[in-house]
Ligand binder design. Structure first.
Ligand code: SAM
Ligand code: SF4
Ligand code: SF4
Length: 343
């Protein structure tokens, strides 16, 4: 694919809370081969669910073109996500196009089931690194949490394939849910330490409107740190500006552990992220209730300057801080599902 070359950076923003646009997550599909109950519960995403028709999803060229617009506004990190991005047949083309733009950090978040087949091609296309979601090493718990026929061994093999392909550093994402996988947390920590993977424990969030979220099901970052720290002492790292995780080094030097405390200790003040939905809507918060349409201008001949202006104007008006407001008990509204908006 011939991609537009990266234009000179003219930073967007800052937004109304002083945050610049630095990082974009692109949902390349709303489909998934898993049905994790915390994200796409089968009751809602069952056989009758109508996914976005393909013609309504951005095609590879459109995604790359918008990535170029974001890059020209100062975005240095693009993460491809979904849904399950490895289900997208033209993912390699998308990665290739974004790599040609010279974006410094191109990452992918995946459930890992299809990684063995695609890791080398993605690496050759210019993907830098992957984050693999892995909630448990226990086959029965894994099965319940992915609600799929995929076996945990396939995901582990996908991680090995990513390593062989050089898609490093590899991170692991684990959503810790009370009474579901909390007991297997230390096994995951042992695995990550042994394999040199950066484990990121995510507090279970109230994304979308279908997962029946209850605060009682959240295991807080503090509790995770206490449990892990009791076995493997931890030292806090200096915060990385714009990073979602607070990171801790194992005192014995065996890697690090991150906690993403969107519920118990929100980090909206540092949030430099926008999201591009499958259908080309731009969202300025994971918990957005609406986005602005970039597909229409894209398909009706808008030039890059116009697209840049639309994005920059929207970013300038941004005042999102949902997680902080949730903490104050004043967040509301029908939120967009995570698979659609890009987790
Ligand atoms: N399918 C890919 C995967 O699972 O890695 C990418 C998309 S998924 C929506 C991205 C990340 O969001 C995953 O790590 C997943 O665990 C996380 N996630 C989904 N629903 C969540 C929730 N309710 N709370 C916290 N994290 C969630
Ligand atoms: Fe699919 Fe990822 Fe959501 Fe699980 S978390 S249902 S793998 S999109
Ligand atoms: Fe960013 Fe919204 Fe999450 Fe706050 S709630 S950190 S503004 S995505």
């Amino acid at each position: 694919m011939t991609a537009v070359s990266a234009l000179p950076a003219v930073a967007a923003g800052p937004d109304l809370l002083g945050r610049s646009l630095r990082d974009v997550r692109i949902s390349v599909t709303d489909r998934c081969n898993f049905r994790c109950p915390y994200c796409m519960p089968k009751a809602r995403f069952g056989p009758g669910h109508r996914f976005l028709p393909r013609a309504e999803a951005l095609d590879a060229r459109e995604i790359v073109r918008l990535a170029g617009v974001f890059a020209s506004l100062g975005v240095t990190k693009i993460r491809l996500t979904g849904g399950e991005p490895l289900l997208r047949p033209d993912l390699v083309e998308i990665v290739e196009g974004i790599a040609l733009l010279g974006v410094p950090d191109i990452a992918l978040t995946t459930n890992g089931a299809l990684l063995r087949r695609q890791a080398v091609r993605l690496r050759n296309a210019g993907l830098h690194r992957v984050t693999v979601s892995l909630d448990s090493l226990d086959p029965a718990v894994f099965s319940a949490m992915s609600d799929s026929r995929v076996e945990v061994s396939e995901v582990l093999d996908g991680i090995a394939a990513a390593r062989e392909a050089g898609l490093e550093p590899i991170k692991l994402n684990c959503v810790v849910q009370r009474g579901v996988n909390e007991d297997g947390l230390l096994d995951l920590v042992d695995f990550a330490r042994r394999e040199g993977l950066g484990l990121r424990c995510i507090e279970y969030m109230d994304v979308g409107s279908t997962n029946g979220w209850r605060k009682a099901d959240v295991v807080s970052g503090e509790e995770i740190l206490e449990r892990v720290g009791a076995v493997y002492p931890l030292l806090e790292e200096d915060p990385d500006p714009g990073a979602v995780a607070r990171t801790y080094r194992f005192a014995d030097g065996a890697g690090d552990l991150g906690v993403i405390t969107s519920v118990s200790r929100p980090f909206c003040g540092d949030c430099t992220r926008a999201r591009l939905g499958v259908d080309g809507k731009l969202y300025t918060c994971l918990f957005a209730t609406s986005g602005i349409d970039l597909r229409e201008p894209l398909r009706t001949g808008a030039d890059d300057d116009t697209l840049r202006r639309i994005v920059a104007d929207r970013w300038k008006r941004r005042d999102d801080r949902y997680s902080e407001l949730r903490g104050l008990g004043i967040a509301a509204g029908e939120r967009i599902e995570m698979s659609y908006i890009g987790g």
